[in-house]
Design a protein. Structure first.
Length: 172
């Protein structure tokens, strides 16, 4: 059997490479150590703050506003004291700033917001699946209705204007 396409030149053919080995143990993402993949996700959520126990849009809105307010406060402090050092430890804050806001607090708020958003993902996936299944059911109902009308039209055409079939199966 002949090939439709010629074989590529040897300079373009890459040797087969094995995929990289899976990551063993925990990993770091956005500067935060994460548990190894495959661990219990509820255990990872329990390590966060207790504010995440309630899963409601009001909590999401509250966390979003709190994060924005903290970020603006940090920007105001950086504008007021541009030469001040910022430490990322939870106990340290901008030097000379009475608010006591630190980058670690901002990071914790971002992590809380991320955990809450991730807790909504199963609900979002389920709702998307339900919407897709409903659209498929509606499309199939339309097809069935079209098929029924076509059968009705063809049966009406065969019964009145079309050729009749005899008992032996032949057309007369």
């Amino acid at each position: 059997m002949a090939q439709i396409w010629p074989t590529p030149p040897s300079t373009l053919v890459q040797p087969e490479m094995a995929p990289p080995a899976p990551v063993e143990g925990g990993f770091t993402m956005y500067g935060v150590s994460r548990p190894p993949l495959g661990t219990d996700p509820k255990q990872a959520l329990d390590e966060g703050s207790a504010d995440l126990r309630t899963e409601c849009p009001l909590e999401l809105l509250r966390l979003n506003r709190q994060l924005l307010a903290s970020f603006l406060e940090l920007l105001r402090a950086a504008q007021a004291l541009p030469s001040a050092e910022v430490d990322s430890t939870p106990d340290a804050a901008l030097a000379g700033e009475p608010s006591g806001l630190s980058l670690a607090d901002l990071q914790q708020q971002m992590m809380d917001l991320q955990r809450l958003i991730n807790s909504f993902r199963p609900y979002q996936a389920r709702e998307a699946l339900i919407a897709e299944l409903r659209s498929q059911v509606d499309a199939k109902r339309l097809l069935v209705a079209d098929l029924r009308s076509a059968v009705t039209d063809s049966a009406a055409g065969v019964g009145t204007d079309g050729p009749s079939q005899s008992a032996a199966g032949g057309v007369t």
